[in-house]
Write a protein that binds this ligand. Structure first.
Ligand code: FAD
Length: 354
């Protein structure tokens, strides 16, 4: 695998899309050179919460009305990937806590999608996480949603890629650096559109800044908790609360004003939680016009895309990696490949190639 005679491919980007795709290509026998400007831990992938949440994402913020099957297909590839990486996959599920009318609405939406939930009472809720607003009397639990620890998984992906003979290098690449590559090029460049001269589809992506809060001094909940306007989970030995969605912003600054809604939602659901001393982490997601990734061949021959994950990059990474690897090796990408085909927005998408 990946020996000196293997075909070589350049992957640009060390977020979860770049690493998962680079790894899948190496596992398919290609020699992978992965180049990234930002080290994986500092990418949007590195600051993400790591929820693999087809159920809650489908009822709270569906990228498209019928995306549950696609999101579930991404999740279902995780047990195998996590096993190959030797990282833990938390399958304890997620719970919604909140006012009765909000829970009732969620319950109806879960039922409409055929997703099973169970109710939990106050004693069970307090065992997961103390300090919940006393007026929250019940919770809705789904076991459909799982979680991965992002930093651990990124490090494991890079290590396995190297074990398979791949190279992981630091550096920023411009379109001219990739004008005459030795083989296929995969752009997994997140919200960065500098390489749109190489793949015009990248010009379709728009940025969404996300701020997420972390602190070490509070007991993390034993499963992911979703409340109106906020989620809470245990990560990196502390408590993670997320997240803002700031469309159009690309800066990585901590912005307390933009965090106000998130902080208010946290105070409402967890009134005993200290309000100060949160560490802010910032990432920028990339969204395509339909909220789903661009995965597969660019209109530019020899260039492939793995970008535009919006909120579900972790969830969809193994599926995107599989589809892009199939496109590079000339195999069938499977049922979801047409749905994520970068050419779905053509004609007129991005600038016209000479
Ligand atoms: C606060 C927050 C919470 C989130 N929570 C979740 C969650 O719980 N579950 C989930 O599924 N998703 C979540 N997401 C979304 C997820 O993080 C993203 O969809 C995903 O990380 C995108 O990964 P990526 O590999 O496409 O891009 P990125 O992680 O942004 O990586 C892009 C890479 O490309 C490199 N690059 C770009 N241009 C160049 C160039 N010209 N030369 C060299 N390198 C270049 C960068 O340096 C970087 O290494 C969250 C996002 C945020 C911001």
């Amino acid at each position: 695998m990946g020996g000196s005679g293997a075909a070589s491919v350049i992957v640009v980007g060390a977020g979860v899309f770049g690493l998962a795709t680079g790894l899948a290509l190496a596992e398919a026998g290609l020699k992978v050179r992965l180049v990234a400007e930002t080290a994986s831990g500092l990418t949007a992938s590195g600051v993400a919460a790591g929820m693999l949440a087809p159920a809650f994402e489908s009822v709270l913020d569906p990228p498209s009305p019928d995306s549950l099957g696609l999101l579930a297909a991404g999740r279902d590839l995780w047990p195998d990937l996590a096993g190959r990486l030797g990282v833990a996959l938390d399958r304890s599920g997620a719970a919604a806590v909140g006012p009765d009318d909000w829970l009732g609405d969620l319950q109806a939406r879960f039922a409409h999608l055929g997703l099973e939930t169970r109710e939990a009472g106050r004693a069970e809720m307090e065992a997961w996480t103390p300090g919940l607003a006393p007026r929250f009397r019940r919770a809705l639990v789904t076991l459909e949603d799982w979680r991965i620890e992002p930093q651990e998984a990124l490090a494991a992906m890079a290590a396995r890629l190297r074990d398979l003979g791949g190279a992981v290098e630091a550096g920023a690449l411009a379109a001219r650096d990739l004008a005459d590559p030795p083989g296929p090029v995969v752009l997994a460049t997140g919200a960065d559109r500098r390489l749109a001269a190489l793949a015009p589809e990248l010009a379709l992506l728009s940025p969404i800044k996300g701020q997420i809060l972390w602190r070490a001094d509070q007991r993390p909940p034993s499963r992911v908790i979703r409340a109106p306007g906020a989620y809470l989970l245990g990560s990196g030995g502390g408590l993670l609360a997320g997240a803002t969605m700031e469309a159009g912003r690309t800066d990585l600054r901590s912005d307390p004003q933009a965090q106000a809604g998130l902080r208010a939602a946290l105070s409402d659901a967890f009134p005993e939680m200290p309000t100060g001393d949160w560490v802010t982490r910032v990432g920028v997601r990339a969204a395509s016009p339909d909220g789903l990734p661009l995965a597969g061949a660019s209109r530019r021959p020899g260039v492939f895309l793995a970008a535009g994950a919006r909120r579900n990059g972790w969830l969809l990474a193994p599926l995107v990696a599989k589809i892009v690897t199939a496109a590079v090796t000339g195999e069938d990408g499977g049922r979801w490949a047409p749905r994520l085909d970068p050419s779905r927005f053509a004609p007129g998408a991005g600038e016209v190639l000479a």
